[in-house]
Write a protein that binds this ligand. Structure first.
Ligand code: CTP
Length: 391
């Protein structure tokens, strides 16, 4: 089994330290081993007890902790870490990093590290905008430090502006991206996601239960692996991943047009969207009124986007999804062959639709490759590792 990644989370003095509690919870849930190190100032904002309970490990604060065998926690902790994340990073701590100061445990272990350093600044907008801070940030970037954020918005001091620490979910995303091997660097990937919406009249439509979560997870994971991702979404109720070229569409025809417009330069096409196979033949411009008699709706077939892309002369590497209610592997393999796909991802509709987790089976010419139940982002990474090998 793969070894968990290990992260030192450094917390410095700032009101955003309350978000670090949630961050620890998310990191632990994502199977990342978290060792919390706090400055004295951080303890004014959140207690080490909270951090210890959430991380399941003792929290280190002082330089002279005798619980570490060799009495050198700064060396020991940085040696064990795959990365150090400082969140929140105060203006003072950032200045210290720039100058290589080492007057407390956290700054000392940053100086003694031989692993990557990620810094999530959090401060008042005036402090962030100050020429000294901006100079310091430029210097840290030159030194190879990754700066995460800050974001713009309401600040604890009552002002509005740049300086808010990124939310815990966003920091988890950045840590995951950092730890993901860049297997798709130089590849352009087009992903479709979500449900299509076929209008019957101005207020009624045919749609399905696809949430878009699996497609968004694929887009996020591909981006984390270094790919240049274009995401074409149908209807979803969730936010698309950040830093991805996101094109919004509604019905199957609009999605088809958007895919065809963007397909030429793609290396990989992953068709996760639940595209309606039919749409109303004559959608009404006016709301259809209730009648005594029954109502028949005439449907016309939509284009099969995936099949069309797979049959292009210079087709990209095409991956399909098959959501079935029965005979999963048999139906998925029939679809893979009919649409001439090198790879199809089979999942049970009842398992997948709307859920944050999924279990899937990959089918290619070499046979079946089951992937056991996990959060969709982890399933997405496993699918893309398989794609990267095949491409
Ligand atoms: N797909 C597509 N365009 C369509 C229908 C489906 O691109 N008009 C894609 C889906 O994104 C998915 C794959 O084709 O990757 C399989 O879709 P599915 O609807 O399960 O297959 P169908 O061929 O429509 O078969 P059926 O509905 O009979 O199960």
């Amino acid at each position: 089994m793969q070894k968990n990644k290990s992260l030192v989370l450094g917390i410095t003095g700032g009101i955003a330290a309350y978000k670090s509690a949630e961050l620890v919870r998310l990191l632990v849930k994502a199977n990342i081993d978290v060792q919390v190190v706090m400055t004295e100032a951080a303890c004014q904002f959140i207690t080490p007890v909270t951090m210890q309970a959430l991380s399941g490990r003792p929290v280190f604060i002082g330089m002279w902790d005798s619980s570490i065998d060799n009495g050198m926690p700064h060396i020991e902790l940085s040696r064990e870490a795959d990365a150090i994340l400082i969140a929140p990073a105060s203006a003072e701590f950032i200045a210290k990093l720039v100058h290589g100061r080492a007057d407390d445990l956290l700054s000392t272990l940053c100086l003694a590290r031989d692993c990557p350093l990620l810094v999530a600044p959090a401060m008042n907008k005036q402090m962030w905008g100050n020429a000294a801070t901006q100079r310091n940030i430029t210097q840290l970037k030159t030194d190879g430090v990754s700066i995460l954020g800050p974001d713009s918005g309401d600040q604890a001091c009552g002002e509005i502006g740049l300086g808010r620490m990124l939310e815990a979910e966003e920091l988890l995303g950045a840590v995951n991206a950092h730890f993901t091997p860049k297997l798709l660097t130089g590849k352009r990937v087009l992903v479709t996601a979500g449900a299509t919406l076929e209008m019957i009249d101005p207020v009624r439509a045919i749609t399905n239960l696809s949430s878009g979560k699996m497609g968004y997870a694929i887009a996020q994971a591909a981006s984390d692996m270094g790919a240049e991702v274009t995401l074409i979404s149908g209807e979803t109720a969730i936010e698309p991943p950040k830093n991805i070229n996101n094109i919004s569409t509604k019905n199957a025809d609009a999605m088809y047009q958007a895919v065809m417009k963007n397909i030429a330069k793609q290396h990989i096409f992953i068709s996760v969207a639940a595209v309606a196979d039919y749409s109303p033949a004559k959608p009404s411009m006016q709301k259809i009124k209730k009648q005594e008699s029954s109502l028949t709706l005439e449907l016309k077939p939509n284009k099969d986007i995936l099949a069309e892309v797979a049959s292009l002369p210079n087709a990209p590497f095409c991956v399909g999804f098959a959501a079935e209610s029965e005979n999963l592997l048999e139906y998925a393999e029939v679809k893979r062959k009919a649409k001439k796909l090198p790879l199809i991802v089979a999942n049970l509709a009842a398992d997948a639709m709307g859920s944050d987790e999924n279990s899937v089976t990959l089918l290619d010419k070499n046979g079946v490759h089951p992937i056991k139940r996990a959060p969709k982002i982890e399933i997405a990474r496993s699918i893309l590792q398989h794609v990267a090998k095949m491409v």
